[in-house]
Design a protein around this ligand. Structure first.
Ligand SMILES: CC(C)(COP(=O)(O)OP(=O)(O)OC[C@H]1O[C@@H](n2cnc3c(N)ncnc32)[C@H](O)[C@@H]1OP(=O)(O)O)[C@@H](O)C(=O)NCCC(=O)NCCS
Length: 187
């Protein structure tokens, strides 16, 4: 049996996230050059990346960075490219979800919910006390989505990416659900 690494539970492996109502399987796979090339232009067209006018080629490069402490996944739906997930862990007594992007054809299908569930359960299994993310001030749909899954705003980051645009730091406190180590298992 593989032991869970409680410091780095978000590994560069394939993680099955769950099944959509349609029966399609969502999975996270380590990012590849081919996936980054197809996903970057699609991501550049949506959400904060469109708002901030990220160039697809810059996004593509940023999806392939290694060694900066973040793990970059391609989201697939029945093996087809469906989005991007980037997680920084450890961050602050728990992981930080740096990017969550679901491609438009799957938005509203429950994919985001399944990913948040997997993110939280993976952190909890590693006895992490918090899960973190940021959302843009203008992105009220995404704010509502995160609030519905128990995230609350804990910081207002003025002018973080550019003047006049704020980012909101959100946290879900898992402390009440963390199972303490028993004396036997810690020895
Ligand atoms: C936000 C997002 C990750 C949610 O994933 P999803 O698979 O669409 O979400 P689910 O189907 O599980 O839940 C639907 C909820 O997502 C939100 N949502 C749906 N489409 C969205 C969109 N185009 N942009 C932002 N939020 C959206 C809504 O709040 C919706 O809730 P509602 O029923 O109250 O309208 C996804 O829509 C997305 O990637 N949007 C564009 C990029 C983005 O804004 N990412 C978040 C950056 S912090």
């Amino acid at each position: 049996m593989t032991m869970l690494d409680t410091t780095h539970p978000f590994t560069a492996d394939t993680h099955v996230v769950g099944q959509l109502g349609t029966g399609q399987t969502l999975a996270l796979l380590p990012m590849t050059a081919m996936a980054a090339a197809s996903l970057a232009p699609a991501i550049a067209d949506i959400g904060p990346w469109a708002h901030y006018h990220f160039a697809p080629e810059d996004l593509q490069q940023s999806l392939l960075i290694t060694g900066d402490g973040a793990i970059r996944y391609q989201l697939t739906c029945d093996g087809e490219p469906a989005g991007v997930v980037i997680i920084r862990s450890p961050w602050l007594a728990g992981p930080y979800l740096q990017i969550l992007a679901v491609l438009p054809h799957l938005q509203g299908s429950g994919a985001g919910k399944l990913i948040l569930h997997w993110y939280e359960e993976t952190a909890l299994a590693a006895r992490m006390r918090n899960v973190w993310l940021c959302v843009s001030g203008f992105n009220v749909d995404a704010q509502r989505f995160y609030q519905r899954y128990g995230y609350s705003m804990v910081g207002h980051l003025h002018d973080l990416m550019r003047d006049g645009d704020d980012e909101l730091l959100m946290r879900k406190n898992l402390a009440g659900r963390v199972i303490p180590l028993s004396p036997e298992s810690s020895s």
